[in-house]
Design a protein around this ligand. Structure first.
Ligand code: XMP
Length: 319
């Protein structure tokens, strides 16, 4: 008779056992996995956990604020919030190749994380929100021929040289179990039920060069799309929904004025693990409502398209 309550108690005991009197640092990304790992470890060892949130400035609207409000203010978890958006956006200047964007964000993330970690005076353990599918994937990645489609960056991707022992309390769990555990720990639904978000953030949803202006524009478009999805009660039926800002400007008409602005694409898919995905079949009324709101409310975007590619052959993200 296996319940989340029992798992939680066991996991807490195991963390205490492993960590002893040691100190743990945990990278928070705003995503479900790192959030649940942090909340669980905090219940086990309290003040001896410090979370580091490296804010790359490429999060969705309101997300950075929610991380701080939840972890520092509500859960009283020791949290270092480092606003590194200037650093990341500066490094991304002129970078247009998707893999180079991923590597740039990944490399800087590690640098900033290490810097903050040193500032804290070091720690004995590094906590990661590694899930069972991540464990499987990294094992299968070494057996047999494979092609790297995209080099993943996430808060679990810290390098060997950090030489800290790992605390990975979610290693046996699947995503839906992690969500159940998060609810058991009292994390807000906004975090527990949140769609997955890639480590490189909006950088890989802005084909071409990433700038602060484009990221701001994309955040507005994305927020409208998600707001309408929530209002229609569709959020939980969808694996991931987001907007992509296209590096194309098109001609439009607004009132009696000619416009020449960005086009954007909307993407929404269903999936169980992200490995394959189907397009979410919105009805036309929903899509045209969203398109009208975007064009009317976001200056700088005058055309909206809906991506109807499944995975495979498309990937979920555009880069
Ligand atoms: P693709 O685009 O390869 O994405 O179909 C599959 C799933 O993985 C997410 N994704 C990432 N997650 N770091 C992450 O933590 C990354 O670098 C990354 N790239 C893609 C993507 O959002 C989808 O859920």
């Amino acid at each position: 008779d296996w319940t989340m309550g029992a798992f939680r108690a066991e996991a807490i005991a195991r963390i205490r056992d492993q960590v002893g009197e040691g100190r743990v640092v945990c990278g928070l990304s705003g995503g479900v996995d790192s959030a649940v790992a942090a909340a669980l470890i905090h219940q086990a060892i309290g003040e001896r956990l410090t979370c580091i949130f490296v804010d790359h400035g490429l999060m969705r609207a309101g997300e950075a604020e929610e991380v701080v409000a939840t972890f520092r203010d509500r859960f009283n978890i020791r949290l270092v919030h480092r606003d590194a958006s200037d650093l990341f956006l500066g490094a991304l200047r002129g970078v247009t190749d998707p893999e180079e964007k991923r590597k740039t964000v990944g490399r800087l993330f590690v640098e900033v994380f290490e810097e903050e970690q040193r500032r804290l005076g070091g720690a004995d353990f590094l906590a990661q929100g590694t899930l069972y599918p991540d464990v499987i994937e990294s094992v299968s990645a070494t057996g047999g021929p494979s092609v790297t489609i995209k080099s993943h960056h996430n808060v679990g991707g810290l390098p060997e040289r950090m030489r800290m022992r790992l605390v990975e309390p979610l290693r046996e769990l699947f995503k839906d179990e992690v969500r159940a555990l998060g609810r058991e720990l009292g994390l807000p639904e906004g975090i527990v039920g949140r769609h997955p978000f890639p480590g490189p953030g909006l950088a890989i949803r802005i084909p071409g060069e990433v700038t602060r202006e484009k990221a701001d524009l994309l955040r507005k478009v994305d927020a409208i799309f998600l707001e309408e999805i929530r209002a229609a009660g569709l959020y939980d039926a969808i694996w991931q929904a987001f907007a992509v800002l296209l590096p194309v400007r098109t001609v439009g008409v607004m009132g009696d004025q000619r416009t020449y602005d960005h086009a954007c694409a909307l993407r929404a898919v269903t999936s169980t693990d992200g490995m394959t995905a189907d397009v979410y079949p919105f009805d036309m009324g929903f899509l045209t409502r969203v398109a009208n709101r975007i064009v009317n409310e976001v200056r700088g975007v005058n055309r909206v398209t809906y991506d109807i590619t499944s995975k495979p052959p498309g990937t979920i993200e555009w880069e």
